[in-house]
Design a protein around this ligand. Structure first.
Ligand code: SF4
Length: 459
């Protein structure tokens, strides 16, 4: 068992018994659950909308090379600069080079999972650059020294009382402030940071090939401020965020809002196609887009796993997952948690180290059912499991258990040997740790042959 797997099991065991945690999560997901059905009413045929969204992402990924080139052509024509980063280190080095050129001491950063993936804040801090996260949920997490708990709602596991206590401890505010008052405190602190920052960093919800722009959607306006106020804007995105056309946003923006937050459309939606142009009133003097690969091209090359790149990071699969709701986002120990995290992390960061996540699922299929781009998440978990078996990553005891199982299942005489109690005992012990995490398997007291015989005699 790897260190990561041991940590995952230990953290999950503790968290799943934490009733206060469960109550907070259920409360916050409950609010989400009440919004989504209303927002969905904007679509006449939900299934059709999801099919279309999947087709858009399919088209974008099947022609990704052309789309990336098309983006670069349009974006650079307007003065933007494109950087290609094969891995986290390359992306970090490029960002540091820009920071040094600009004599940057302070950065404002809007919400971006890719920056979490490359551990940007930690890197900047080590290099003496202050990086303040401007999304309220992430700001709360940064104050608390914790990574985001959820890909859309970073502080989902905290109650308003927890946040008031945190602000009081870290910022010296009165300990019982209301959510509105807390927001005003954060707003005031952050406004100063926008003015000081030399560089603004954002992610992108979508990258649009035919206009050479990035699409940002948010509820707080902080991504707009982070991208437009500082003199330099860096957007860092995974290559899979591509969509072919700006017209695709007519479907993808409301879809993301509906499944992400239960809104018809998010409050602020921006398309940024480069730095400030002559005659324009605002915007940065320079703009960079850094495309991050970080093993995404390996997923692209894998015909069975490719569709996991269609993800639009709405977080809906996390909200319906019975495993996520019990063990929480931090137990995964990864940037991307929940079903989509369990599918992509083993492929982004190594199957050997993260294959255990693919087993942390009841395979109920709720994630697949809810996904707005129809990713067959529960099947992809099986694909990961299959890959780990094919690559010989199963333990000796598991291999032996299945060998014995196969041998016995193919021989009626062996199946009829022993009684139910004995078989239950042997099988529960054979599958190591089975009864530590599951109810023990209980085999029928009589064999199938015995029951069949009795049935025939009764007739
Ligand atoms: S896999 Fe689907 S449901 Fe999960 S975050 Fe991505 S788009 Fe949303």
């Amino acid at each position: 068992m790897t260190e990561n797997e041991l940590t995952f099991k230990a953290k999950s065991t503790i968290k799943s018994a934490d009733l206060e945690h469960r109550q907070k999560i259920n409360f916050n997901i409950g609010k989400y659950n009440s919004g989504v059905p209303k927002a969905k009413q904007q679509f006449e045929d939900n299934n059709l909308v999801k099919e279309r969204a999947k087709n858009i992402k399919w088209r974008a990924l099947e022609t990704l090379d052309q789309n990336l080139e098309e983006f670069e052509m349009h974006f650079t024509k307007r003065g933007g600069k494109v950087i290609w980063a094969q891995n986290s280190q390359e992306a970090l080095d490029e960002i540091l080079t820009i920071c040094k050129e600009k004599h940057c001491k302070s950065i404002v950063k809007s919400k971006s999972m890719v920056t979490e993936e490359i551990h940007l804040n930690h890197f900047l801090e080590k290099n003496g650059i202050e990086s303040i996260v401007t999304d309220l949920g992430e700001y709360i997490q940064q104050l608390d020294g914790e990574p985001p708990y959820h890909i859309v709602t970073p502080a989902m596991h905290k109650s308003k009382e927890d946040v008031a206590r945190l602000f009081s401890e870290k910022l010296g505010t009165p300990s019982k402030l209301s959510p509105e008052e807390l927001t005003l405190v954060a707003r005031e602190k952050l406004r100063e940071k926008y003015i000081q920052a030399e560089i603004g960093i954002t992610g992108a919800n979508f990258v649009i090939a035919d206009v050479g722009g990035i699409a940002l959607t948010e509820n707080e306006g902080n991504a707009r401020l982070s991208s437009a106020w500082p003199k330099t804007h860096i957007a860092i995105v995974g290559i899979e965020k591509m969509i072919p056309s700006v017209t695709d946003l007519a479907l993808l923006w409301p879809l993301l809002a509906t499944y992400g937050t239960g809104q018809k459309v998010t409050v602020y939606s921006s398309i940024i196609t480069g730095p400030r142009q002559p005659g324009e009133a605002d915007g940065p003097e320079e703009m960079y887009v850094i495309f991050l690969d970080n093993n995404r091209t390996d997923i692209l090359a894998n015909a069975r796993q490719r569709e996991s790149l269609y993800c639009i990071r709405c977080g809906a699969c996390l909200n319906v997952c019975p495993v996520y709701k019990n063990i929480g986002g931090h137990s995964y120990g990864t940037t991307y948690s929940g079903p989509i995290g369990s599918v992509i992390t083993p492929n982004l960061q190594g199957l050997e180290e993260y294959k255990h996540l693919s087993y942390a699922s009841s395979l109920c299929g709720a994630c697949t059912e809810v996904c707005p781009v129809k990713i067959n998440l529960h099947e992809l978990l099986l694909v990961n499991r299959n890959a780990s078996v094919e690559e010989g990553m199963t333990s000796f005891s598991e291999k032996m258990a299945w060998k014995v199982w196969k041998l016995v299942s193919l021989k009626r005489g062996l199946m009829n040997m022993g009684n139910g109690n004995l078989i239950s005992k042997v099988v529960n012990k054979l599958f190591k740790n089975w009864d530590e995490y599951h109810a023990p398997l209980e085999f029928s007291k009589k064999t199938f042959n015995e029951m069949w015989k009795e049935h025939r005699e009764l007739k």
